[in-house]
Design a binder for this molecule. Sequence first.
Ligand SMILES: C[C@H](O)[C@H](O)[C@H]1CNC2=NC(N)=NC(=O)C2=N1
Length: 109
Amino acid sequence: MTTTRCGHDTPTLSRSEAKAFMAARLPDWILSENGQSIERRFDVKGFAKAVYLCNLATYLADKSGHHPDLQLGWGYFSIRYTTHDADNGAGGLSVVDLHAAETFDQAIA
Ligand SMILES: C[C@H](O)[C@H](O)[C@H]1CNC2=NC(N)=NC(=O)C2=N1
């Protein structure tokens, strides 16, 4: 598992840097229109599976110190990573988000 800590000194990624990494290693994630976050959405049966995914994301977030935005409801769960602290607090997508997404993918594989 790759864990990278984020902070104010974390640089943001260009759209092309993000796209290159995602094409190689995050095929199920989508880059937001503004290039500042990545999201993966799951369609699941019922409610409990959505909650399990949410609980897993919560566990990994507290373990790594990097916290995604989570949404769930009956039949779906979505997870979005962005780095609030990046670029001296301006925020944006960083390598920490890409690594966190990869860790999440590995945990559910
Ligand atoms: C001090 C603490 O590690 C930081 O505030 C962390 C906490 N979790 C975080 N999560 C996310 N997604 N972005 C951050 O910049 C961030 N910062």
